[in-house]
Write a protein that binds this ligand. Structure first.
Ligand SMILES: Nc1ncnc2c1ncn2[C@@H]1O[C@H](COP(=O)(O)OP(=O)(O)O)[C@@H](O)[C@H]1O
Ligand SMILES: [Mg+2]
Length: 476
């Protein structure tokens, strides 16, 4: 199963990862910044130290440095500065005897100062050399002042500055992480509130969810409400079916029981035989009713997504018509016009056969004494296909049609049946994306079971069906 991470974790990561990246970049920038600032500041203080030393040497003849200069030298930017001044003849005037190694040499007349990186007593140092024309103790010429300081002092300064920045950045990130982690929990509260509300419901309580929810969740709640509505509807129809079935089966079963009693208490063998005959018929009727009830439920339950089987309607209906021809008396003719091309339908073949069989049976059973022709054929209704069954019997008025379409609705009295035939046909048509149409055509009734073209195999649809096949059954 695909793993799904919690919303809280997702949101925290989505917010924090880019922040961490930005913080990383800021850290690198800050490190470079600290390096260049440090080198600037330290170079400047080396320069000041060199100037102060030169000044003192000029004033005191190299004998003493003033207190201020000593202070500068002992602690410039956090570390000692070494110095060294020598006269034009190369004699040391003041400072440390050994200068650092690595001082660049410069031409005699060149008085411009230089910064350099060198080595002093095995340590890496940064230094500044300046050359000044001056007079000390009556001795005049170009005096050279060199100051230098350990590089490690700068490095320590940069490290310190960087660490401070990093600690500020990381405490900001940490507090942000905490704010996001707990903030999201508070932000997602409406979701847990909704879940609690749903948890509290019982299985019976399928009312739509009414509580106000954030706009992001409204879609889910709407879908859930729609689903709840559908479940309620399904449960209602099921309950209705159960009570209808119980009601419809109660009388026939009571009849069967009464007949069985009558068989038992029959006085003579002839009477018993007669009652047993009635009993068999009553049981047949009851079984038919139960069967129709189940078929009706099956028709309702056809799942459109599982309608994958493609079959030829001609091949399905041909044997069915033959079966009825054999069953009907010779004065009732069935005119069967197969589709001109072999139409294939994707659907539930058993239920379509059952539906058409109901319609042919209806025409014969309810057509009345004048019925002599039943027509079975096809019509093309726009993009849809109609399996059309017409008869020239008594027909139905619009009011009677309304009754006939209802569950258990029957118009003609004592015709047997269950009143479920047409509802079964209607459900089957609907489940195949179509509908049921009943029309009185005086004489007789035309019933169209329409199936959506989407469920028919497109390549083999007939080019054009016309209702002419039907009118042939009813010559004026
Ligand atoms: N072709 C028809 N001609 C006249 N009446 C019909 C025809 N088809 C159906 N009916 C009427 O519609 C009613 C409902 O039909 P149906 O749902 O098939 O139930 P059933 O056939 O079990 O009575 C029938 O009882 C009958 O009165
Ligand atoms: Mg019927």
């Amino acid at each position: 199963m695909k793993r799904s991470y919690s919303l809280r974790l997702r949101l925290t990561l989505i917010i924090l990862l880019p922040l961490l990246l930005v913080a990383g970049l800021a850290g690198v920038w800050q490190l470079n910044n600290a390096r260049s600032t440090a080198s600037d500041v330290f170079d400047r203080s080396l320069q000041s130290a060199a100037l102060a030393v030169t000044n003192d040497v000029a004033l005191s003849g190299g004998d003493a440095l003033v207190a201020n200069t000593r202070k500068i030298l002992s602690d410039t930017s956090g570390g000692r500065v070494y110095y060294h001044v020598y006269a034009p003849d190369g004699v040391i005037v003041a400072g440390y005897a050994t200068p650092p190694v690595g001082i660049p040499t410069s031409a005699d007349g060149d008085l411009s100062p230089v910064y350099f990186n060198g080595e002093y007593l095995g340590r890496e140092v940064r230094g500044y050399r300046m050359r000044t024309r001056m007079q000390v103790d009556g001795f005049s010429g170009v005096f050279t002042t060199t100051v230098w300081q350990d590089v490690s002092i700068r490095a320590a300064f940069v490290q310190d500055l960087t660490l401070r920045s990093l600690s500020v950045i990381s405490s900001i990130i940490l507090s942000l992480a905490l704010i996001v982690w707990f903030g999201i929990r508070i932000g997602l509260w409406p979701l847990s509130d909704l879940q609690q509300a749903i948890d509290l419901r019982s299985g019976e309580d399928l009312k739509p969810i009414r509580r106000p929810v954030p706009v992001e969740v409204q879609g889910i709640v709407q879908t859930l409400n729609r689903l709840l509505g559908q479940v309620t509807e399904v449960m209602a129809t099921q309950n209705e079916f159960i009570s209808n079935a119980a009601h419809q089966l109660r009388n026939p079963i009571a009849g069967v029981l009464a007949l069985a009693e009558a068989v038992r208490s029959a006085k003579s063998e002839d009477a018993m035989r007669e009652r047993a005959e009635d009993l068999v018929n009553a049981v047949k009727d009851t079984s038919l009713l139960a069967q129709k009830l189940l078929t009706y439920e099956r028709a309702k339950a056809i799942d459109q997504t599982s309608l994958k089987e493609a079959f030829s309607v001609n091949k399905l209906l041909d044997p069915l018509v033959s079966e009825y021809r054999n069953r009907f008396p010779p004065d009732v003719e069935i005119i069967w016009t197969p589709a001109p091309e072999d139409v294939r339908i994707t659907g539930d073949r058993t239920m379509i056969r059952e539906a058409v069989s109901n319609l042919i049976d209806n025409a014969f059973r309810h057509g009345g004494p004048k019925l002599d022709t039943i027509t079975v054929g096809f019509e093309r209704l726009g993009p849809d296909l109609s399996i059309t069954i017409a008869d020239n019997g008594v027909g139905l008025t619009p009011d009677q049609i309304r009754t006939a379409r209802m569950r258990f609705g029957q118009v003609s009295e004592n015709s047997g049946g269950s009143g479920l035939g047409l509802p079964i046909v209607e459900r089957v048509a609907e489940r195949h994306g179509g509908r049921l149409e009943l029309k009185d055509q005086n004489p007789g009734l035309v019933v169209r079971m329409i199936i959506s073209v989407g469920t028919c195999a497109a390549a083999s649809q007939p080019a054009d069906f016309t209702p002419t096949q039907l009118s042939a059954a009813h010559p004026e």
